[in-house]
Design a protein around this ligand. Structure first.
Ligand SMILES: [Zn+2]
Length: 266
């Protein structure tokens, strides 16, 4: 048991004459899943003796550091190796999917979470727009609601749906009701809602099956595309699952322009 911080800290506190310090914790969103019921969704006091880093205190609460994306101490973002002081007030946030924290995060240069979606049967065009911009957007018109929920929970995907009833399940942690009906407006809505402009990465995902694309040498596509396409273009990409070939042509320029226009308007 020597590695259990809780035990060590309690032992230290029980030692007569040891001065201990108090800090205050508040854990947010799904980080509460790791806490006992008396500490969920509330500010609570944490006492310790001796020097202690914030990461050690977080681990003492049995929160995996891989689940933590932002630590705010007395109003400022701090790193895991911050030494705690008496009366520190600490807010700990999970991996964010709802807004871009890269500019204020001292822990990592980029948010930990890859923003991933699963879309219901009515949002096929939106799925294509998201893939076009490089986002992981799972869509299959044959998915039934329970399946969508299972996949969302198992793979931490945000459910996008036009069906409010689907979002009533208590199992769903990340779901969003898409307000717009027009697919292009829906795309803008999602980019804005989840603050995704900085994560655009066109020609990264297959528009057909959502798998990653891999650059492929021109010589290797000679028999896979028409002679006209082969002669006119230089850069080719292949889906690693369905093997469809994409190329940087006028389509790509239009897509880039389209994404640029979107990014200016959100
Ligand atoms: Zn594919």
């Amino acid at each position: 048991m020597p590695n259990c911080y809780n035990c060590t800290i309690e032992k230290q506190m029980k030692t007569e004459g040891v001065k201990y310090k108090s800090i205050y914790f508040r854990f947010y969103a799904e980080l509460n899943d790791f806490l006992p019921s008396d500490k969920k969704q509330k500010i609570f006091e944490f006492e310790f003796a001796g020097p202690l880093k914030v990461q050690e205190a977080i681990l003492a609460m049995h929160i995996p550091l891989s689940e933590v994306d932002l630590v705010i101490i007395n109003g400022q973002s701090k790193k895991f190796n911050y030494w705690l002081k008496d009366d520190d007030f600490i807010s700990v946030y999970p991996v964010f999917e709802s807004f871009d924290i890269s500019s204020l995060n001292a822990l990592r240069p980029h948010p930990l979470r890859e923003t991933k979606f699963i879309l219901d049967a009515h949002l096929g065009k939106l799925a294509k727009y998201l893939r076009m911009a490089g986002f992981n957007a799972l869509y299959d018109p044959d998915f039934k609601d329970p399946q969508i929920i299972d996949i969302s929970v198992d793979t931490k995907r945000i459910i996008l749906t036009r069906d409010k009833a689907l979002l009533r399940s208590v199992r769903i942690k990340h779901g969003y009701y898409v307000r717009n009906i027009n697919p292009l407006k829906q795309f803008k809505e999602i980019i804005c809602k989840f603050d995704l402009v900085s994560q655009f990465n066109p020609l990264n995902r297959c528009l057909v099956c959502n798998q990653l694309l891999k650059q492929i040498a021109k010589i290797d596509v000679e028999t896979l595309v028409s002679p006209d396409i082969y002669n006119r273009f230089t850069h080719f990409y292949q889906c690693q699952q369905c093997h469809k070939i994409f190329w940087k042509g006028s389509h790509f320029d239009r897509m880039r322009q389209f994404i640029y226009e979107i990014s200016k308007s959100v």
